[in-house]
Design a binder for this molecule. Structure first.
Ligand code: ZN
Length: 116
């Protein structure tokens, strides 16, 4: 197993936009421990919440998962990494356009939310 988590849970994934703003967090930052760690993480620790979230998600493919609410997620950087493509603006745009077109054809009533 890679020592670096290839697809860490970020605050964008874990928290609502309002919570991220209220706490002044970087939405693209991986979730970190924010408790008074002593002999174990506290139940309110962000890291505990991230692990719990991940345990309730179903991974479908690298960079593709269904969250506990049944929402489908695509992480473009993870998909590019899986395909051995450099993470460039052009590749991100190409992958995003491909996914957008695929969803429009396969699931035209799907609400697509794109987050940078
Ligand atoms: Zn902690």
């Amino acid at each position: 197993m890679s020592p670096v988590d290839p697809s860490p849970i970020t605050y964008r994934i874990l928290l609502s936009d309002a919570e991220i703003r209220a706490r002044g967090l970087d939405p693209s930052a991986p979730v970190t421990c924010n408790c008074h760690f002593d002999e174990g993480h506290e139940a309110t620790c962000d890291l505990v919440a991230a692990h719990a979230y991940r345990a309730r998600c179903k991974t479908l493919a690298p960079g593709v998962w269904i969250d506990p609410d049944g929402e489908l997620h695509f992480a473009i950087p993870d998909i590019l990494a899986y395909l051995d493509l450099p993470d460039t603006p052009a590749h991100r745009e190409g992958a995003t356009a491909t996914l957008r077109a695929m969803l429009a054809e396969l699931a035209p009533h799907t609400k697509v939310i794109e987050r940078p």
